[in-house]
Design a protein around this ligand. Structure first.
Ligand code: PBG
Length: 327
């Protein structure tokens, strides 16, 4: 025995090239999906005040921003529609309408981009209902699970018809994945992929998103989204979605749920996605704007952490910027 340690982990950190060679977790543009908002009835892109740098797009500004993001190398685009308030109703019918803003935008992007990117659509009713819930309500004002799922099937088929490669049921209703798979298959959309928001928690970190989609929700989503403390239940949700035919599963939010991402990666036989949600974006953006943290390093570190936990794919509002930085 000498007085010198033989094990010197620092040896592998001694030059940038060595650190690069042995880096275990990578972050590449193809891993990143950019969520985008398209609004009906606006003439100019509208900044979202709680998400500096993120916009509600017009049809035209969406096309331009989508083309830029794809040129920067992002792995895919996730579209959310923001209809005019007057078009919202109790069942969110404008969501499935062929001339509804999300379906129109999907057709635009499908025409512009074809198979050059992966076009994903949020398959949920909250953007389209006048009460802001992710489903339809029964006469007592409670979510009607099965009627809601029937609505999701119509939505998913409309989105597939409009050119979505991926539909993404995010409402946490029981049986939604199986019903959507059956609906897509009966309509001939055997190749349309289902990205199941399998474990979605009732989170305060969705706050800025509700601004972004002009949500009218009063109350909460705790009868369908999960309690933040329930990791075991998350595994149950993921397992059910896999059995129902999910092609990819998602955990949301990301940063507070890294253990759930790791558990998903462990049990999942399909790719695992994680959503760095609006509040995660806004926290980092606000701290960076104050000069309290460095934006680029904080963003990259947050995304590496999500990848290290086990996410193959990360949805982030920084997808296009980060792709630019990485090129
Ligand atoms: C609901 C939905 C939510 C988000 C995307 N779709 C959550 C909610 O309002 O409960 C959140 C996304 C984000 O915060 O970035 N369909």
């Amino acid at each position: 025995m000498t007085g010198f340690p033989r094990q010197r982990p620092r040896r592998l950190r001694s030059t940038p090239a060595l650190r690069r060679l042995v880096a275990q977790t990578s972050l590449e543009p193809r891993h990143l999906v950019l969520p985008m908002f398209v609004a009906d009835g606006i003439a100019e892109p509208r900044p979202i005040s709680s998400m500096p740098g993120v916009y509600q797009h017009t049809r035209d500004s969406l096309r331009a921003a989508a083309a830029d993001a794809v040129a920067a190398g992002v792995g895919g685009l996730m579209l959310f529609g923001v209809p005019q308030q007057a078009d919202k109703d109790a069942t969110g019918s404008v969501g499935a309408a062929p001339d509804g803003v999300l379906n129109v935008a999907l057709r635009d992007l499908a025409a512009d981009l074809g198979d050059a990117t992966v076009l994903m659509a949020d398959t949920c009713l909250d953007e389209f209902t006048d009460h802001g819930h992710c489903g339809v309500l029964d006469h007592r004002g409670r979510i009607d699970n099965d009627a809601t799922v029937a609505g999701y099937v119509e939505l998913a088929v409309a989105q597939a018809e409009s050119g979505a490669h991926v539909v993404s049921p995010s409402g946490m209703m029981d049986g939604q994945v199986a019903a959507i798979r059956d609906g897509l298959d009966s309509a001939g959309f055997h190749d349309t992929v289902i990205l199941a928001y399998a474990a979605k928690f009732a989170s305060a970190f969705y706050g800025p998103f509700r601004d972004a989609v002009a949500s009218t929700l009063s109350g909460d989503r705790r009868t369908y989204q999960q309690e933040p403390g329930n990791a075991r239940e998350a595994v149950r949700e993921i397992t059910l979605d896999l059995a129902e035919g999910a092609d990819m599963v998602m955990v949301k939010p990301a940063m507070g749920y890294l253990d759930v991402i790791a558990a998903a990666a462990e049990v999942s036989s399909v790719p695992v996605a994680a959503y760095q949600v609006s509040g995660e974006y806004s926290m980092i953006a606000a701290a960076a704007a104050n000069g309290w943290i460095d934006l680029r390093s904080a963003v990259c570190e947050s995304l590496i952490g999500i990848r290290r936990a086990g996410a193959d794919i990360v949805l982030t509002y920084w997808a296009a910027e980060v792709s630019g930085w990485l090129m």
